[in-house]
Design a protein around this ligand. Structure first.
Ligand SMILES: [Zn+2]
Length: 243
């Protein structure tokens, strides 16, 4: 990592260190999750004029301190503020929920651009007049996890390789669909649930984020995705009291 650089990042949390100083956790499209000090960040309008708020997209100049012990934000300028969603408590709750999930995923640097892009697009959707799907938060988590290389096999039966048929099963533990012949004892899903699962790899903005679904499909998707994520995703522990 070079001694200084600048880039547009997503601010996740801001904590107060001393009277005038802040601690900022942000997601960088080149490095992933990072933390840095903003000395004078609460006072200096010239260097940080109103851009140290969670969920802001900000262009930061970042540098290591002389002994490379910690990162220092030298200045920042606001790129995008999702002002509309910040005034709507329900949408703000959804935004915090999905950003927190992104923060807790263990992301290798080569995957940081994908996670960053997905988080920003999700915030844009929540900031727009469009109504997100009721399942948007859980489907978004699956979109991230599938994009990180953990997509279940959905095109063919994972056991015999045959077509999944109209009423396949989904094996949560194995992360695959099973055709009706191989599906004995497994929970079945309908064709529309399978179609939505397949579409979750499409980048935002995508129909899966906004489409209205029948209650039975919603229930199946919720079950499959929630169990799949619990089974396969390892999350890093993060402090919950800061920020
Ligand atoms: Zn089969």
């Amino acid at each position: 990592m070079t001694s200084s650089w600048s880039e547009t990042v997503l601010v996740l949390r801001v904590g107060v260190v001393r009277e005038a100083d802040c601690w900022v956790r942000f997601f960088s499209p080149s490095h992933g999750l990072m933390s840095a000090f903003a000395f004078g960040g609460r006072r200096s309008r010239r260097r940080f004029g109103g851009c140290l708020d969670p969920l802001d997209q900000v262009h930061f100049a970042v540098a290591w301190d002389r002994r490379r012990r910690y990162l220092v934000l030298q200045e920042g300028s606001l790129v995008e503020r999702f002002g509309r969603l910040k005034t709507d408590l329900h949408r703000l709750g959804q935004a915090c929920n999905l950003v927190r999930f992104g923060e807790r995923l263990v992301v290798a640097p080569e995957n940081a651009p994908f996670v960053y892009g997905a988080l920003v697009e999700a915030l844009r959707l929540l900031d727009s007049p469009v109504t997100p799907s009721r399942l948007f938060p859980v489907l978004f988590r699956a979109h991230l996890v599938f994009g990180l290389g953990f997509a279940p096999r959905l095109d063919r039966c994972g056991r015999c390789g045959g077509p999944p048929g109209l009423y396949p099963a989904f094996s949560v533990a194995q992360g695959m669909v099973l055709c009706p012949r191989c599906a004995e004892g497994q929970r079945r899903i309908c064709a529309q649930t399978l179609a939505v699962l397949r579409s979750l790899s499409e980048p935002l903005p995508a129909p899966w984020a906004t489409q209205a679904l029948a209650p039975a499909v919603r229930e199946e998707l919720w079950y499959v995705v929630d169990h799949f994520l619990r089974w396969h995703v390892e999350l890093r522990a993060t402090e919950t009291r800061q920020g």
